[in-house]
Structure formats: structure tokens, C-alpha cells
Design a protein around this ligand. Sequence first.
Ligand SMILES: Cc1cc2nc3c(=O)[nH]c(=O)nc-3n(C[C@H](O)[C@H](O)[C@H](O)COP(=O)(O)OP(=O)(O)OC[C@H]3O[C@@H](n4cnc5c(N)ncnc54)[C@H](O)[C@@H]3O)c2cc1C
Length: 449
Amino acid sequence: MPDRSIVWFRRDLRLGENPAWAHGTLDSTTVLPLFVVDPTLMRSAGDYRRTQLVAHLRALDEQLRARGGRLHVVEGDPVDVVARIAGDSAVYWNDDYTPYARQRDSAVSAALGDRVQRFPGSVVQAPGTLLTGAGNPYRVFTPYSKRWFEAPVHRAPDEGNAAVSDDPGSGIPDAGEPLMAGGELAAIERLERFVAEVDVYPETRDRPDLDATSRLSADLKFGTLSPVQVIGRIGSASDGARAFVRQLCWRDFYATVMDAFPHTVGAAMRPEYDAIKWRNDQEEFEAWCAGRTGYPIVDAGMRQLSGEGWVHNRVRMIVASFLVKDLLVDWRMGERFFRQWLVDGDVAQNVGNWQWVAGTGADASPYFRIFNPVTQSKKSDPNGDYIRRWVPELSELGNAHIHSPWESGPLELAAAGISLGDTYPLPIVDHGEARERCLQVYQAARTRA
Ligand SMILES: Cc1cc2nc3c(=O)[nH]c(=O)nc-3n(C[C@H](O)[C@H](O)[C@H](O)COP(=O)(O)OP(=O)(O)OC[C@H]3O[C@@H](n4cnc5c(N)ncnc54)[C@H](O)[C@@H]3O)c2cc1C
């Protein structure tokens, strides 16, 4: 048994159901739990994700103290730091599948050779394990999901008895108040709360006003929960449980697509759409970012994004469709903005979903599917409660016109204290005209290809 091993924590900030931690503590007499504060990753994360990360690191450190050790934190380029700290020791980690992570991990692996032990701790089925009959990575979700649901799920063993190093390194950086309580135990409480609600998930999941989804995306992003553990707890006994687990399959699918087609981080999966002539009007982009487009559901979504670093999935789809299709702004600009603000911001998931909405991605929504922001708003927020929560200047407007204030009469607007173009913007585009313009631009790109 080796004397000392390193377990390098990255986006797996938990001790339970953590293959790298389990194997590291089983295989060695002493383990050094390492976290590297990588300035490159810290720069791309906004405040919400940075403060949440720090809260999770503190909680992980607490758990390690209870085992007599500390989390060893070092700031720097992980390629240098890990090789330096490892010396002759073996290094255990759970894989990540973004192009940046893969490049970083290859460089560390090259420095350490066969002392690296890698595990698939952030997904249920590691990219590369499920392939088509022809041996290729899947590009289409339905056949992928069929294989995924049939494939055996591998659980991590229980952790071993290795002593835990008590050297804290340079310590955990300071940060402000997180959005949610940090650490694995708080995440398990969040999971338990949702388990009681999962049976109604199919009926409520598309209703941002009810806020009835799990909100576990950030715990999955940071790895305070493992998807294997979530599936184990949710089970498959009800339609609700199965519908929920299907969403986790989408999560694995997008990790697989990013792993197999890393160029899609910045280019269309379907190259004909790289020829789209985006308008990229800066003023309109800024109105979208600020939640001042004049479309209440879009504005509510964008204000929720900056207000709490999380947005309901249906609303993410509506605001993304509005940016890409109604305003003809390049999906990469929206993707970057989302990634900066989202507490669950995750390259593979964000890019995969943006490309789905833009119609440019693997198994994407067809290019001619253009969300009507008013129809979508009426369907997903029938009483306007979500809009009233995030766009308070419209809160006195009745249900008939809360989704499209420009259709209200002057008396109705006056009674609600609204002056369009002043207290709330007029729509920055006419959806009907924008829809036609979008179809022409997409068709032109397809013809050029
Ligand atoms: C434009 C756009 C950008 C997105 N960016 C991200 C992102 O950066 N990070 C992220 O985790 N999710 C992203 N999503 C997917 C989805 O919106 C969120 O995962 C979901 O809203 C999180 O809320 P929840 O945990 O309550 O979801 P639930 O409905 O409770 O779903 C459970 C879990 O399934 C997974 N999941 C659900 N929907 C999707 C989906 N469409 N694609 C992949 N996995 C899914 C998530 O891990 C989620 O936590 C994006 C969606 C869109 C349309």
C-alpha cells in the first residue's frame, strides 16, 4: 500500500459516493485532499459561482476536520501545482469533460505518468462508454437515452481508513454570502426536500410560477451531489421519478457531446449554421441582458438570472430563443453571459442547451421552431405570478395583458400605474416581423452551405 496519495478535488466537492476519494482512502495510508484555486476558472465565474464555491470548500474542510484532517488549498496553475505537490505520490481525481479540463488533465497526466488514477465521478455514464452500433459517439438523444437507461450504474465503494493530512495549505479564499448553504450535507437536505415532490414533477416542471423543479443543478455542477447518488435516491417507482431521471440523462448526453466534439464549445455542431449572418446589435443585446426588452417573460427571466443566479429551464429556453431568433444575436454571446451569471454555469450543459435552442447543435430544436414569447408566457405562467415577482412595475396589470402590456388600453395602463416607453419599455422588436427575418437568415445560411 503506498504511503501517501493525493485526492485532487475539482467539481466533486463531497466525500460520499465519490470514487476518487473512496479509492484514494482505500489504497493509501495517508491522503492529502487537495483543491487548486485556478485563476483561469475563477476569472470566468461570476460572483454567484465564486461565493458558492467558497462555501462548498469551507463545508468540505469541516467534514475533513471531523476526520482529523484539512483541505489543502493552493492557488496557481493546476498543471504546476499538482505535479509539485504530488512528488512521488499517486494522484486520484474524478474526470471532467470540457476542452479546458481535458487539456489540463492531459498535461498533469503527462507529468505524472502511471501515478494518476482517474474515475467518472461527475456523470452517471462516462463519455465514451456508450457508443452507437457502429462504435461512434451518439449525436441523437433518444437512442442514447435508450442505452443509458439499460446500462448498469456503478456505485463508488465506501471510503477507506487512510489518515487525512491536516495541512491547510494557503487556506480557502474569502468570499461573500453564498446563495445556498454550502457542502454535501446541505445538498443532501435539498435532495430530500425534492424527493417528497418528485411525483408531481411531470405536471409542474414547466411552470416557473410554481418553482417546483429540484434546483439541484448547482449541487450537480459543484459535485456536492453525485448524479449516481441522486438517481439512487429518486429511484424509478413513479412517472415523476422517471421523468426527472430522464433530465439527468440529458446532462450525461451533453457531457458526452462535449467530450466527443470539443470544437462545439465555440462552433456550431452543424457547420452550416456557422454561416448565419448574426445582427449582434449591441443596444438590443444590452436590453436583453438588463431585462428591458418589453417582453415581460423575457425580462422576468433575465432579472431572475442577475437577481439569483438561477433561472427556470422553460424560461431559459424562452430568453435564449428570443436572443438568438428574435434579435439574431450569436448564441455564443448569450452562452457567455449565462455562464458568467449562472450559479450552475457548466460549459457542457450551457453550450449544449444554447446550441439546442439556436438549432445549431446535436439533436437540436429545428431552426424554424421559434418560440412566441407571449404564447409561451401564457402557457407557463398562466396567472402572471412569475412576471409579477420579477417585473414589479407590471404587478398591477390584470392577467389578460400581463404577458403583452402593449395590448392594454390607455385606461388599463393608467390604472396599473404604467407608462409604456417610460416606466416599462415598449417591445424592442415585433415578434411576427422578427420571426420572418430569422427564417430568412437561417434559410440563407443553409443555402450557402
Ligand atoms: C439556454 C440554456 C442554458 C442552460 N445552461 C445550463 C447550465 O449552465 N448548467 C446546467 O446545469 N443546466 C443548464 N441548463 C439546463 C437546465 O435549464 C437546468 O439544468 C435546470 O433549469 C436546473 O434546474 P433544476 O435543477 O431545478 O432542474 P430539474 O428540472 O429539477 O432537473 C434535474 C436535473 O436534471 C438536469 N437537467 C435538467 N434539464 C436539463 C437540460 N435541459 N439539459 C441538461 N441537463 C438538464 C440538471 O442537472 C438538473 O439539476 C440550460 C438550459 C438552457 C435552455
